[in-house]
Design a protein. Sequence first.
Length: 523
Amino acid sequence: MTGATFYITTPIYYVNDSPHLGHAYTSVACDALARFKRLDGDRVLFLTGTDEHGQKVAKSARDAGVDPQAFCDRVSENFRTMTRLMNVSNDQFIRTTEPRHASASQAIWQAIAKSKSPKGRDNLYLGKYAGWYAVRDEAFYGEDELTTGPNGTKRAPSGAEVEWVEEPSYFFRLSDWQDWLLDHYTRNPDFIAPASRRNEVTSFVKGGLTDLSISRTSFSWGVPVPGDPKHVMYVWLDALTNYLTAVGYPETASADFKTFWPADIHVVGKDIVRFHCVYWPAFLAAAGLALPKRVFAHGWWTVEGQKMSKSLGNFIAPQHLVDQYGIDAVRYFMLRELPFGSDGDFSHRAVVGRINGDLANDFGNLAQRVLSFINKNCDGKIPTPGNFIDHDGSLLNMRAGLLPSVRQCIDTQELNHALEFIWTVVAEANRYVDSQAPWALKKSDPPRMDTVLYVLAETIRHLATLAQPFVPQAAAKLLDQLAVPDDFEHRCFKALAAHPLKPGTQLPKPVGVFPRYVETVAS
Ligand code: ME8
């Protein structure tokens, strides 16, 4: 352990929907970051879960003809299943209907209720909300943000229909936080990433903030407002607080809170940046709590060029992806195909291209030809290297530089670049096999053949060790084939230098780990 800690969160997913490609993407990306940090020696808390209150969930439960809690129990379980299916290593799965979460939400409410805004006014006051609300987004919108649809219906920028709401409501004095927030963004340039999102948030806040309605009275599926139970808390205030609940809030003296708060990173989709970068920091600051260090917003997937939706029939269930391509291929594709932060398209052709190119031809083939050659020509034992020569140098140098390069990418959430670095070494190792031609050395110079094979086996160990956060199952199989003991000590990143392969170690019979994707032609 380095003594460092790392607290990472996904958004908590609404239980009115079934898990799909987009949810799986966020979860897998966070998983890769969390796994990397653990293998790098950090103490990690990785949180995911479900967002179960609000008007939208209440309506979905009503439409399904079941009581909201029973509805949430059922759908929340689908998300838990999705995280397991995607091999996501979350440490906690939080549900906002848990009693501990009601306590935390009421505690932050009370802390805000006692606080003053940066302009010295009460942060919380009772008023009446009269304005537009989109149930699908669970968000309030200003008249100027709306567009009018073909049949005269008003729509939010997200495309969601809005309805006019008029009801008594508690308000958060967000309008007093404008300068404070802008100052926070300036003083903490890493707070919002990527830069495009930072600019978007900054110009939104510069445009002026209005006070935010933070309670509702027209339905009851939510956390009751302390002291005024006719109101339930606005679902976003309740939902955002999950990040605190998980570390023991309101027990700020608890070990978990002291260890993990403030969170190192909230990873979110670009659709929910405003909630995480404007409302959440203001709520936290009002409650006297430290702010998360960073909010990273990733982009949006379309499917075969179209927005994913049930009505278009292109809604992709994670189970379908895993059945069709295999878990590691799906994870690799998602993380490699697009720069984390940009939008991208999920197409069958692109997935197959990555499976058969990067995985089967490049990494799979490297491992298969080296390990089979050792199996046939060295009694299946790790060969003993002699002196390294110049030819080995460039591969050895690239290999040595890999961990720092990948680490830097992880710290800036450039997941696709992390994989590109790893695959640059895969390509170099393949070139080295071709140029050093161990099959020719077998006759001409067997000791040199042993050196070349040792360099290659060690390179595959490095590559597999660093690939663990991204393709955990395949990487583990590769390390098994190199007889690397299956424990943290031998598979963490310190092991790269600390536990080189021991010459003479007997290896198991090699098996392919990255199968090609073969199209089945309908007959
Ligand atoms: O917003 N492409 O929950 P949610 C990429 N409960 N990512 C996508 C996606 C797509 N097509 N569709 C969804 C909520 N996502 C709130 C969050 S947090 C305190 C409360 C991902 O179920 C993306 O990460 O609508 C997005 O932010 C999240 O799913 C939204 O999930």
